[in-house]
Design a binder for this molecule. Structure first.
Ligand code: HEC
Ligand SMILES: [Cu+2]
Length: 346
């Protein structure tokens, strides 16, 4: 079968070159994307490493199959193409080939299955002793974080200490959401009426946040339901948790004091908690006790600054379509005061 001599060599060289160039382009695309902040190709926790190992096994096996099949397709197309004096021949009933065609895929599937089962068993095991417990609750469209042992309730920015296992208890207040920090852990569903668990041990502290987001379509602002994770050194985490467990700072400027009153008058207190305030006890929206210390507002969508707070208070739905925070029809002076108050909540 096939032809011999220079024709075959040309076909092999040509097919290899095409497949080689294609593979190189695919590789470049991936090598580049490895540095993007949501890439799972830079795992930074024990369980993220486990998941990445499975991913690599599957990815490289699939890549090998792809390259090999592409190469054979090109090669055979060239070698066995119809030409003057050549007649296409059909054959069937080659049992050696058939056994091979079943055995090789079975081996490939087993090679993917073993590390998958191992990773699933590790990731769903009980968290190690001494893990820090965090209850994460999904809301349309923001994340609430409670640290029962530290007396902290916060939102949209999760702080965890380096090298200590973190046990996440996942719940939902309304519809199904999914908790995903690509470089650290996930994704696991947050279900109404059912509690899920997972854990991870972050291995790289840094000042930059890890980006995270809801990974289960949950309505109009699903794409705007993000959060940030800060992996702090033990000392920095200690500092953060002491500050965050404390009552809110009292406003010191006249404008911020006026803002505190406005906060009650405009009914913000019915939906938001500010720890230490006798009236701000609402549980509908994010806990704002230390909102002034967060880097973002509106679940990671806006940088936390005066301009963006204006924008948010002026019309939340312009930032997040369908937002559960209503447009309260505030005038410019009211927004000014409220912004000063919110910024004072360090
Ligand atoms: C009916 C309940 C409700 C009222 C009243 C309300 N909010 Fe909200 N607020 C929410 C909800 C829900 C969110 C979360 C929205 C989201 O991120 O999708 C929110 C988010 C916020 C945020 C962003 C917090 C963060 O960490 O991302 C700020 C700031 C805020 N509200 C301030 C106010 C102020 C000031 C008032 C009063 C003028 C007010 N809210 C009134 C429900 C309410
Ligand atoms: Cu979602």
């Amino acid at each position: 079968m096939g032809r011999s001599g220079p024709g075959r060599i040309v076909a092999i060289v040509f097919s290899s070159a095409v497949v080689g160039i294609l593979s190189w382009l695919v590789y470049l695309a991936f090598a580049d994307s490895a540095d993007t902040p949501q890439s799972t190709w830079r795992p930074m926790s024990d369980n993220a490493h486990n998941i990445h190992t499975v991913y690599q096994v599957v990815f490289y096996l699939a890549a090998a199959v792809f390259v090999f099949i592409l190469f054979l397709t090109l090669l055979f197309t060239l070698m066995f193409r119809e030409r003057e004096g050549e007649v296409a021949k059909q054959f069937h009933g080659n049992s050696k080939l058939e056994v091979l065609l079943v055995a090789v895929p079975v081996l490939i599937v087993v090679a993917m299955m073993v590390p998958s089962f191992k990773a699933i068993a590790q990731n769903t095991a009980d968290p190690p002793q001494g893990a820090l417990e965090v209850v994460a609750i999904g809301h349309q469209w923001w994340f609430e974080f409670q640290y029962p042992e530290l007396g902290i309730t916060t939102a949209n920015e999760l702080h965890v200490p380096l090298d200590r296992p973190v046990s996440i208890i996942l719940k939902s207040d309304d519809v199904i959401h999914s908790f995903w920090i690509p470089q650290l852990v996930g994704k696991v569903d947050m279900m109404p009426g059912h509690t899920n668990h997972m854990w991870f041990t972050p291995d790289t502290a840094r000042d930059d946040p890890y980006f995270a987001q809801c990974a289960e379509f949950c309505g109009a602002s699903h794409a705007n339901m993000r959060f940030r994770v800060f992996v702090d050194t033990a000392a920095k985490f200690e500092e953060w948790s002491a500050a965050t467990a404390a009552d809110a700072a009292k406003p010191s400027t006249d404008l911020a004091k006026a803002g505190e009153q406005q906060f009650t008058q405009s009914g913000c207190v019915g939906c938001h908690t500010v720890k230490g305030s006798p009236v701000a006890l609402g549980k509908v929206g994010p806990n704002l006790t230390h909102v002034g210390s967060r880097t973002t507002v509106a679940s990671g969508v806006l940088a936390n600054n005066a301009e963006n707070l204006h924008r948010w208070l002026g019309n939340p739905a312009s930032v997040k379509p369908g937002s559960k925070m209503p447009n309260l029809g505030l005038d410019e002076a009211q927004i000014e005061r409220l912004t000063a108050y919110l910024e004072s909540l360090k």
